[in-house]
Design a protein around this ligand. Structure first.
Ligand SMILES: Nc1ncnc2c1ncn2[C@@H]1O[C@H](COP(=O)(O)OP(=O)(O)OP(=O)(O)O)[C@@H](O)[C@H]1O
Ligand SMILES: [Mg+2]
Length: 464
């Protein structure tokens, strides 16, 4: 697609002539005769990405004020694309100022069409190179950190494991509290494997009703049951050659666990209602936020299946156990929201003030990274002037949160630290138990610890 150029100049005849030259050179050109219209057209185009301008050419003395200072003050609005500034003869000082403000180059009037075309071509080339570099940097970043932000020992360890295990065929079992990136890890393993061009099929075992799970996974033959009007391929067949990710495998009904184990042992299965064996080649990844040994003891998870799927286990940890990851995560998500909502307006980059940042650091985050991300995104959506403060956080979180318990205790500095920590833990545990009506598994999830960990603490603090 040819590059789109926005030309802003109050001389109508000049605009017409220049547009003609540029169109003949293969560019699409739009013209505006004053600064406000130019800015508006530019902004409107950047909201609709397909019509984005690739370059802006404009005069410095533009209506309504005709004062170059006024134009210079607005230049930053265009600076997501190269800007060429038109200056009067001998207006070197102004040209330099414009370049200091981010303009790519200047051309003095009367404009030489050949020179104009050369300068435009160079500016566009350079800009597209810069864009490619930043895209590559981004890709490289995701390749080295797998989209898993943080530098705590736990995260570094996880990245190392992902790197070493991806290229193998070993099944991987990802275990850890809700919202700690289990899905990112599964994706990263697939992306790092030689199956990356084959399908990655993610099945949320808890989201599919028990009686449908078998036909969803294995597929069925026409007439296998009422409503089976034609053959249907199952998710196993869809994943053939690639990776099957069984998310929340702890929620898989026992009967289905038996069937799955058979498939994994034999490498083949019968679609529902079929007598023909289908063979499959899949790499299996699975995840759960439940404590599987406890589930096994309770008779809810088959031990033989566990040994089959667990190959290598990657355990994720709650955010409260790796607080050093909070600041990098906050910065990463702010960048992400900036890129998503604000990509063309550098002057309104989202920020967070020091107090709010501290609050993020002090909050226990029972819902882990997911909760942190959601909180930050809601705060970003309602903040004023692009700065997130405690005010937005209070508005979002209301009064009776686990976090407020933490704040209350922290402020009571008369007590020795050890007692404060102990009381804080007791308070958080009680609040979590209350919130989940005494359900220990759910409370442990809220607190970002294992169920056994919670039981130990309940015993230690005699909270029974
Ligand atoms: N280390 C991290 N870096 C960047 N983003 C993260 C990280 N950990 C989690 N996230 C983000 O947090 C959200 C929740 O992550 P994810 O879905 O992978 O969690 P999960 O462990 O699978 O949780 P659940 O058990 O509830 O399914 C996602 O938006 C994910 O991108
Ligand atoms: Mg998940």
């Amino acid at each position: 697609m040819s590059a789109r150029i926005l030309l802003v100049d109050d001389e109508v005849a000049f605009c017409e002539l220049t547009s003609l030259w540029l169109q003949q050179a293969g560019y699409q050109v739009e013209t505006c005769f004053n600064l406000n219209d130019g800015l508006e057209k530019f902004n409107r185009a950047s909201i609709n990405e397909e019509q984005d301008f690739n370059l802006v050419i404009h005069d410095l003395a533009l209506p309504p004020s005709f004062r170059p200072e006024d134009t210079l003050a607005q230049l930053h609005h265009f600076n997501t694309v190269p800007m060429l500034v038109l200056t009067g003869h001998n207006d070197k000082a102004l040209a330099i100022k414009a370049i200091e403000q981010g303009a790519w180059d200047f051309i003095s009037k009367p404009v030489d069409p050949e020179l104009l075309k050369i300068v435009i071509a160079r500016a566009l080339d350079k800009h597209s190179l810069l864009q490619q570099v930043s895209k590559l940097e981004e890709q490289l970043n995701t390749q080295t950190n797998f989209g898993l932000i943080g530098n705590s020992p736990a995260i570094q360890n996880t990245r190392e494991l992902i790197q070493r295990i991806s290229a193998t065929q070993v099944p991987v079992f990802i275990q850890g509290p809700s919202g700690t990136g289990k899905e990112i890890i599964a994706n990263a393993i697939h992306q790092g494997s030689d199956r990356k061009l084959q399908p990655f099929i993610s099945v949320h075992c808890g989201a599919i009703p028990a009686d449908l799970l078998e036909s969803e996974l294995f597929g069925y033959k026409k007439g296998a049951f009422t409503g089976a009007e034609k053959d249907r391929k199952g998710l196993l067949a869809t994943a053939d050659g690639g990776t099957l990710f069984l998310d929340e495998i702890g929620e898989m009904p026992l009967a289905m666990q038996v069937k799955l184990l058979r498939v994994l042992q034999e490498g083949n299965y019968y679609p529902v209602g079929s007598r023909e064996l289908e063979s499959i080649d899949i790499r299996l990844l699975s995840a759960t936020n439940r404590d599987v040994p406890t589930e096994i003891k309770a008779g809810k998870f088959r031990e033989d299946l566990y040994y089959r799927i667990k190959g290598l286990t990657i355990s994720t940890t709650g955010l409260s156990e790796r607080k050093e990851d909070i600041t990098p995560l906050v910065n990463y998500f702010l960048d992400l929201f900036n890129a998503k909502h604000n990509s063309n307006n550098h002057s309104e980059k989202l920020k967070i003030n020091a107090e709010a940042c501290q609050w993020f650091l002090n909050t226990p985050w029972p819902g882990n990274v997911r909760e942190l991300k959601n909180t930050l995104e809601s705060a970003a959506a309602i903040c004023l002037n692009g700065v997130i403060t405690l005010q937005e956080i209070q508005l979002i979180r209301g009064e009776t949160t686990l976090e407020n318990e933490a704040v209350k205790i922290r402020n009571d500095s008369a007590e020795p630290l050890e007692d404060q920590v102990r009381n804080l833990e007791i308070n958080l545990i009680n609040t979590a138990l209350e919130k989940s009506q005494g359900n220990k598994t759910h409370s442990a999830q809220l607190l970002g610890i294992t169920r056994q960990g919670l039981i130990n603490k309940i015993k230690r603090y005699q909270l029974d």
